[in-house]
Design a protein around this ligand. Sequence first.
Ligand code: HEC
Length: 165
Amino acid sequence: MAPKAVVYTVFLAIWVVGLALLGACSDAGSGLWATSKAPSEDALAEDATCSDELTSPKVAPMAAAMRAMLLQAETMRAYLVSDSAQSSPPPAWAPMPFEKQTPTDSNVVTPDFLRRASDYHKAFEKVGREPTPEHFNAVVAQCVQCHESNCPGPIKRINRLRIEI
Ligand code: HEC
């Protein structure tokens, strides 16, 4: 190989590895770091964490609240896309004061975080009053918005909640 070609190849290799690392940071749940850990049977634990304690069975109260919120949202989504949405009562839609729970990392609770939490609760209430796909998607948008700044791991999973209208 000519010296020039060698330089080019090395440069290309560095670039590709750099891209892979970038990808890992923007999707903490399924990126490079996650794959180096033991794969979990539990899909929730697998792509739903922003700390590196993937294998820890103990989660902080705020993380536990988030799991309950995810389940509740999945149930509401199933109801809204089903044929019975017009004729049967909606599933439980209980507010979850997650911002009052102890988080894994106490630094997440900032004035900005509390403002996002309050926006989330407003969107959440609207679904309770009027469960429509539009109002539901507004809640999902609030989940994503907060997660973009605080906890990118579960975003892919949260996005799957969105209802095509
Ligand atoms: C105001 C910010 C905020 C909003 C709104 C929010 N989250 Fe979270 N979420 C967080 C933070 C911070 C964590 C990390 C909690 C911890 O580890 O203690 C988290 C963690 C999670 C987790 C991972 C829990 C685990 O097992 O570690 C899931 C799943 C999740 N959120 C889903 C949702 C869903 C679904 C919604 C909307 C219905 C939502 N979140 C709304 C900030 C938010």
